[in-house]
Design a protein around this ligand. Structure first.
Ligand code: URA
Length: 234
């Protein structure tokens, strides 16, 4: 098995984070620092990360969190801010977040130790739809909605076609649902900046068909067998 896939299936990190660990030289196979293309003989080779042995996990854990604002989606923050890991029960410390929500964004966040699922849900080629509830600082016009749907320039690259549904609008701002299939850095906020507006409130309410369904802010729960099955078969 390719070393990055092995690390992902061992619950160490997502496949992308595993690639970085390999580049950083902290991963060894049978005592030798490995390279990104190396293979592992599962069962006979010894793999270590920072000197600690790693084994393939047979059963993965899958959780959903209603992330509050004011938390970062990393395992550790170099600025000392609170991270979503601080909200996990003590027995769930080996999970990692699937993708990111900004510090100021709230809502649906998945956490797992299944690196392959993380890869599938976050890789742009898979175009997994994510839906956000947005409240803006200024009213959004019908022309803005058309522009957002067909694509606006964010960091010099046009965003892909997306669904935008204007729920209500008045002189102090608008409320919308937007469903995007990309996951670029601060994408929703930057899309509204591209139409000269500003996002006041941002909450992810859906990943594919998965919803928060009654989970309160800051709460976490295990996914049901049906939800896990749905994600694995996306
Ligand atoms: N888009 C953003 O701007 N922020 C998020 O956290 C997610 C999507």
């Amino acid at each position: 098995m390719r070393i990055n896939k092995f690390l992902a299936s061992s619950g160490v990190a997502s496949r992308r984070a595993a690639d970085q660990m390999i580049i950083d030289g902290v991963v060894k196979i049978n005592g030798r620092i490995c390279s990104p293309g190396d293979d592992v003989n599962v069962g006979s080779d010894t793999v270590t990360v920072n000197g600690k042995p790693v084994n393939v996990v047979k059963k993965f854990d899958y959780y959903m969190m209603n992330k509050p604002k004011g938390y970062v989606c990393t395992v550790k923050d170099d600025k000392g801010r609170k991270t979503v890991m601080d909200l996990l029960p003590n027995n769930a410390k080996r999970l990692f977040p699937v993708g990111r929500l900004d510090y100021d964004t709230e809502g649906l966040l998945l956490l797992t130790n299944d690196g392959d699922l993380t890869y599938k849900l976050t890789h742009p080629k898979n175009e997994v739809p994510k839906t956000y509830l947005v409240k803006t600082e200024k009213p959004v016009s019908d022309e803005d909605v058309i522009k957002l749907r067909s694509g606006v320039y964010v960091d010099g690259v046009k965003t892909k076609k997306c669904n935008v549904h204007l729920i209500e609008t008045n002189k102090s701002g608008s409320k919308l649902h937007i469903t995007i299939t990309e996951g670029r850095n601060r994408q929703v906020r930057k899309m509204f900046e591209a139409v000269n507006n500003c996002v006041d409130f941002l909450k992810r309410i859906k990943i594919g068909d998965l919803t928060l369904s009654g989970l309160n802010r800051g709460e976490i729960r295990q996914l049901s067998a049906r939800e896990i099955d749905y994600l694995l078969n996306l």
